[in-house]
Write a protein that binds this ligand. Structure first.
Ligand code: DOR
Length: 304
């Protein structure tokens, strides 16, 4: 049968189906329902140096066009993560790709250096794209600022490094190219698209933080466009994220240039969705007559 394995820098993934940060907890929560070790990789909820309480309610709103969230990076901090979650993640067959967010370059660099010391950490994903906290996208908007951040982290970090990018910019491929220049091993795209919801009768915003990040099928075309533009621009692997819930979605991202994908919002409807996608991968590859994932990555033909 076809080989499903892919590589992100020195990290080898058994298959290209990963779960996205913030949508799968720290994996332990899902273990009763999902064979988590089958996943190509697990990206736990973003951690920060200090514990954070997150934003005021409401923090999530389901709109007709997709899910809006403004969680505000609620997490228990890196010490608690290393003590309580990393040992569990480390004994799974799937690599943990630890998502981190910092307010400064020093904070990002210190966290990445510390995580580099643990065998349980497969890779690090730099969240430079959270739309819901002050400064959350500071390193994800300006290419030069992004490059300098990645270079600083790279110098202290021995793990494969991914940069997770925001779609809330005019030219995402410029930011991706800068991340590659800074030494990133891969690009994760996209984080949520900034939006809002209002209750006109109460004349109030629905989210406590007024605005929030839109996710789910509503943003899939935006994500696909971003992945395509980035893959055209950089040589490092791109991980596609945004509204993926079916095998057709997965295949669309792969042919558009993604090396792997992350399943996000679809996990809220059904945490086992990735297992089904995995089961469906071989038949989808066979439809294209492909013997490996590698053969179909970026295989999109120009429209004639
Ligand atoms: O939509 C998002 N929500 N993206 C992030 O990066 C973080 C998260 C949050 O905690 O607000």
């Amino acid at each position: 049968s076809a080989s499903l394995s892919v590589e992100i820098g020195s990290l080898r993934l058994a298959n290209p189906i990963l779960v996205a940060s913030g949508t799968f907890g720290y994996a332990r929560e899902m273990a009763g329902m999902v064979d988590v070790g089958r996943l190509g990789g697990i990206v736990p909820k973003t951690i920060t140096q200090a514990p954070r309480a997150g934003n005021a309610p409401w923090r999530t709103v389901e709109t007709t066009a997709g899910l809006l969230n403004s969680i505000g990076l609620d997490n228990d901090g890196i010490d608690a993560f290393i003590e309580h979650h990393l040992p569990y993640l480390g004994q799974l067959a799937s690599p943990a790709i630890v998502s981190i967010a910092g307010r400064t370059s020093e904070e990002f660099t210190q966290m990445a250096a510390r995580l580099s010391q643990y065998d349980e950490v497969g890779a690090i994903e730099l969240n430079i794209s959270c739309p819901n906290v002050s400064g959350g996208v500071d390193f994800g908007i300006c290419p030069e600022t992004c490059r300098d951040l990645i270079a600083s982290v790279r110098a202290q970090c021995t793990k494969p490094l991914l940069a997770k990018l925001t779609p809330n910019v005019a030219r995402i491929a410029d930011v991706a190219a800068a991340a590659e220049e800074g030494g990133a091993d891969g690009i994760s795209a996209i984080n949520t698209l900034l939006g809002m919801a209002v209750d006109w009768r109460r004349q109030k915003p629905l989210l406590g933080n007024v605005m929030g990040g839109l996710s789910g099928p509503a943003i899939k075309p935006v994500a696909l466009r971003c992945v395509y533009q980035i893959a055209q621009r950089v040589k490092i692997p791109v991980i596609g994220i945004g509204g993926i819930g079916t095998i057709d979605d997965v295949m669309e991202f792969l042919v558009a240039g993604a090396t792997a994908v992350q399943i996000g919002t679809a996990n809220f409807n059904d945490p086992t969705v990735s297992m089904r996608l995995l089961d469906q991968m071989p038949a989808a590859l066979a439809e294209l007559g492909a013997a490996s994932i590698q053969e179909i990555i970026g295989s999109l033909q120009p429209k004639s």
